[in-house]
Design a protein around this ligand. Structure first.
Ligand code: SF4
Ligand code: SF4
Ligand code: FES
Length: 480
């Protein structure tokens, strides 16, 4: 059912049950948010999205207020802007200000700080500098003075995993990571602890991450709006390798990166291609590039070999996070899951063949993967699958630091694609996309019932059915 309402003087039609935020977004009206995550239940903790609703005595959080017939909403009044600025100033009273007050140029005005200039600065080392949602809003709302005294205890960053790093000082308690870890991934590693000044997100039992049940899926990293959770960076080591005369570097670019890279670089949707990033990779100094298709096909062939003739239900996975998840939560089913090489591992094997062909000594070859999938970074750290596995944010910072401008880079067409290997299970064994839903995807193919899990919560559901002995599927693929 549709309702008629007015937002900022514009008459609009919205679906009953929609929130004000969703109705506004559907009509190109932007309301600022910090804790909101699309397709998840609202946390309504940041109060940045407040709007004026005619007849209501207080401002309403637009992410958690549903539309009504005849509702009149204002999203950008003077008073709302003042309120949002105050909210940001209060957040900043508990937040490190290294990116806020630039010591190098002696300026306290956020809008004076060009992100390109910031990248060259020695004072601020936040991994989200220039691409932080909080910093962006501070700029938008001219938070250039901090009226409140800085409060709060400073905690050491937890880098015990050497992959997923947590810096509680930069946390704004938006709870996005908790929602994803607990409700989507069902790992239940993160929680809010204590009260007052010690109120913070902690890993299970307030243990270091290395002793927690974290499976290194890296999904909390994807959703954190600030630099409070991130993948350990290796920019300097990587640049050292590509610039060294003693090494030959071989790279691969995953197409999963394109959307986020466009977003970070402010490029129009659909304007970036893998070939452009490959050209940029060559500009950095990477010597050879192997196509993602070649690695995907090699990985798929392994999966097909497992599936051929196996008894139902056959459970396959090539996910590092799934491997860790099964080990800790479904140890009794560990033998039931058949693992094949991840695309990153297949890439490393293809690099081995290339090195043999070119007579390159093993120790002189370094491997670099550009990927959106954070579990690859963790796997590279723990299993040495490749030398460098970098996510979009790290790649963005590398390009910024080295002056490589993706918008002006010309795409290379030098990539040789592996021909389609005519696989029986086709895209079941190919790349999958993470989603937030609770139920796995089910399809029928060549008379077989197939279930594909797109997150760990869905994987858990399918494994529970196997444990209970009532799994109806012939083939199950688990992803993290
Ligand atoms: S990496 Fe995954 S399992 Fe670990 S804390 Fe983040 S969301 Fe939870
Ligand atoms: S760590 Fe990041 S995602 Fe989690 S509550 Fe803090 S700011 Fe939000
Ligand atoms: S986005 Fe609505 S309260 Fe945070």
């Amino acid at each position: 059912m549709a309702v008629m309402m007015t937002i900022d003087g514009k008459k609009i039609e919205a679906e009953a049950g929609m929130t004000i935020l969703e109705a506004a977004a559907a009509n190109d009206i932007r309301i600022p948010t910090l804790c909101y995550l699309k397709e998840r239940d609202p946390q309504a903790s940041c109060r940045l999205c407040v709007v004026e609703v005619e007849g209501a005595r207080t401002f309403q959080p637009s992410c958690a207020t549903t539309v009504r017939e005849g509702m009149v909403v204002r999203t950008d009044t003077e008073e709302l802007r003042r309120n949002r600025k105050l909210t940001l100033e209060l957040i900043m009273a508990h937040h490190p200000v290294d990116c806020h007050h630039c010591m190098r140029i002696g300026s306290s005005k956020e809008e004076d700080l060009d992100p390109m200039f910031c990248e060259m600065c020695f004072w601020c080392d936040c991994v989200r500098d220039g691409i932080c949602e909080l910093q962006k809003l501070n700029r938008e709302y001219h938070v250039d003075r901090l009226p409140f005294e800085l409060e709060g205890y400073r905690y050491p960053a937890d880098s015990s995993l050497h992959s997923v790093i947590r810096d509680p000082n930069k946390c704004i308690k938006c709870r996005r990571c908790i929602d994803i870890c607990n409700n989507v991934q069902t790992v239940h590693n993160l929680a809010l602890k204590a009260r007052g000044q010690e109120y913070r997100v902690t890993a299970s039992m307030d243990q270091p991450m290395a002793y927690s049940p974290c499976v290194r899926c890296g999904r909390c990293v994807d959703v954190c709006p600030t630099g409070a959770v991130y993948m350990e960076e290796h920019i300097d080591e990587m640049l050292f390798c590509v610039h060294s005369y003693d090494t030959k570097t071989v790279g691969m670019v995953s197409s999963s990166l394109l959307g986020e890279m466009e977003n970070l670089c402010g490029m129009p949707e659909g304007s970036l291609s893998v070939q452009k990033i490959v050209s940029a990779m060559h500009k950095l100094g990477v010597d050879y590039v192997i196509s993602e298709e070649q690695a995907i096909n090699a990985s798929r062939k392994e999966a097909e070999a497992i599936l051929e003739g196996a008894d139902a239900p056959v459970v396959i996975s090539n996910s590092f996070a799934v491997k860790n998840f099964v080990k800790s939560r479904f140890a009794d089913l560990a033998d039931r899951v058949r693992y094949y090489s991840s695309v990153q591992e297949s890439f490393a094997k293809e690099v081995g063949k290339l090195a043999d062909r070119l007579h390159l000594p093993d120790e002189s070859v370094k491997t670099v993967v550009f990927t959106a999938n954070n579990e690859n970074g963790a796997q590279a750290r723990e299993e040495n699958t490749v030398d460098f596995s970098m996510n979009a944010r790290e790649i963005y910072r590398i390009f910024l630091r080295t002056g490589v401008d993706l918008c002006r880079t010309v795409a290379t067409d030098a990539l040789k694609q592996d021909p389609d290997p005519k696989l029986v299970y086709g895209d079941v064994t190919g790349p999958v996309v993470f989603d937030h839903s609770a139920d796995p995807e089910v399809r029928r193919l060549n008379g077989k019932l197939i279930a594909v899990a797109h997150n760990l919560g869905q994987s858990a559901k399918l494994l529970e059915e196997i444990r209970a002995g009532n799994s109806p599927y012939d083939v199950i693929r688990l992803n993290g």
